[in-house]
Write a protein that binds this ligand. Structure first.
Ligand SMILES: [Zn+2]
Length: 231
């Protein structure tokens, strides 16, 4: 026992020991988010509702077999704190922790068994600046609990797009229209894909990726993001 707590204390030199949502110190067996915050996360429950608001966002231009987000962005500060920690404070393991949790929730939600989990890629330059792709870590967690391989080679971002936050939906769609490229489409033909990203707002980025994936001949497109930020 002494050995275990020694290892734990040692590992806490390297991993954050405070809750990513409320900032309180974590106790044993808690990881990344404290128990109180975890039970009060603003869950969307969208995976149980095939007529959820995300369907309306995308259905006009894109066929999607499943689309859901884990958390609501606008209810309280917890989701915002969590995303801030993931994106700007380097807490990429929090993203995979959330992916693992959500994978357990959505395990039975797909019409076809999943073949690949594909994270929305960052442009190489952006990834170099940040040091990692947060969507990839979210995908890693999902990959673990859904037992589905992560595929980070088939889709890449070839345009360094400016920030989307202040743009209208039409401008956002234009901004990312030709931003993505598929490599070796043969590997994707007939496959069932779970496309994953950190936040969905208007869906323009996911739409651009989804169109590219359908053109590569996939069989089924499913989407899961950490959070939904309603416009
Ligand atoms: Zn907390």
């Amino acid at each position: 026992m002494a050995g275990i707590s020694y290892i734990k204390a040692f590992s806490r030199l390297f991993y954050p020991v405070n809750c990513a949502s409320c900032g309180e110190a974590l106790v044993d067996r808690e990881s990344h988010i404290c128990t109180i915050c975890q039970v009060s996360l603003p869950l969307t429950g969208y995976h149980q509702d095939s007529f959820n608001p995300l369907n309306d966002l995308l259905k006009l231009r894109l066929r999607v077999d499943f689309i859901s987000s884990f958390l609501l962005y606008d209810q309280g500060l917890s989701t915002q704190n969590i995303l801030h920690a993931i994106k700007y404070k380097g807490n990429k393991l929090l993203a995979s922790h959330l992916g693992e949790l959500y994978g357990n929730d959505i395990r039975h939600s797909f019409d076809h068994p999943l073949d690949y989990i594909i994270p929305v890629p960052l442009h190489r330059r952006k990834q170099r600046e940040r040091g990692y792709n947060q969507s990839e870590f979210w995908g890693m967690g999902l990959s673990k609990s859904l037992s589905t391989p992560l595929n980070i080679h088939s889709l890449s971002r070839i345009q360094y797009t400016s920030t989307q936050t202040k743009k209208s939906r039409t401008d956002r769609v234009k901004n990312v229209e030709n931003a993505f490229r598929i490599h070796s489409p043969d590997q994707l033909k007939g496959k069932s894909i779970l496309l994953v990203d950190d936040v969905i707002t208007t869906g323009a980025t996911l739409e651009a990726c989804g169109i590219a994936l359908w053109m590569a001949g996939i069989r089924s497109l499913n989407i899961a993001t950490i959070a939904y930020a309603a416009k």
